[in-house]
Design a protein around this ligand. Structure first.
Ligand code: AMP
Length: 209
């Protein structure tokens, strides 16, 4: 079995219904780090009595104010994470860097799952029939998609050389293998081998299981 990459702090980017949640959960299990979903944190808060009054924002697909996002995300961050749905804007990305830097927990990779909007619409219809999310109604989904497309160029620019773009069409397994392969390819080989690439000061390690 190939060794797993020792990259353990990843942000997942990608439009709604791109599969970043599903892939994020699998990646977290494979790397042995927690999966933190911003959307799930928010939906849980709504389900637990909605102390911050978020239900309406979420049902309209509007972004939750930054200060609240920071207050919810900060306590959940540790030296390993797959962060899904955060950051969604370059402002949030800068906040994240400023939070992580002094702790030595810098983001090591930003994975964007790329899916064209036609395929996304089909997935949204399917998901809406299974999960009944208020924000999967067509007009709200479109709004979330536009929101993503507006912010994505800034996020891509922010992450620069840390960005890994993975084609998100094809089966869940195929996308996952592609994702792991792309992360491995960015991980330098252990000292003494000449295939190391620039950008990551991490080592490959054997899986812990
Ligand atoms: P998601 O499950 O990631 O699609 O997120 C569902 C909804 O939660 C989004 O449409 C936003 O309303 C809100 N949300 C999720 N992440 C963020 C974020 N980083 N900043 C602001 N709002 C967010």
């Amino acid at each position: 079995m190939e060794p797993l990459p020792a990259i353990r702090r990843i942000v997942m980017l990608g439009p709604p219904a791109s599969g970043k949640g599903t892939q994020g959960v699998r990646l977290a299990a494979a790397l042995g780090v927690p999966h933190l979903s911003a959307g799930q944190l928010l939906r849980r808060s709504v389900a637990e009595g909605d102390p911050y009054g978020l239900a309406e924002l979420l049902s309209k697909g509007e972004l939750v104010p930054d200060e609240l996002m920071y207050a919810l995300i900060a306590p959940a961050l540790h030296d390993g994470f797959i962060l899904d749905g955060f950051p969604r804007t370059a402002t949030q990305a800068r906040w994240l860097d400023e939070f992580l830097d002094p702790r030595g927990w810098q983001v090591q990779a930003a994975v964007e799952i790329a899916v064209d909007s036609g395929a996304l619409a089909a997935r949204m219809v399917l998901r809406a029939t299974h999960q009944h999310r208020a924000d999967d109604r067509p007009e709200v989904f479109l709004h979330r998609l536009q929101e993503y497309e507006r912010e994505a160029p800034m996020l891509r620019a922010h992450y620069g050389r840390l960005l890994i773009t993975v084609d998100g069409l094809d089966s869940e397994d195929e996308v996952f293998q592609r994702l792991l392969g792309a992360i491995r390819a960015r991980t330098p080989a252990p000292a003494g081998r000449s295939t190391a690439r620039a950008g990551f000061d991490v080592e490959s390690v054997a899986p812990s299981t």
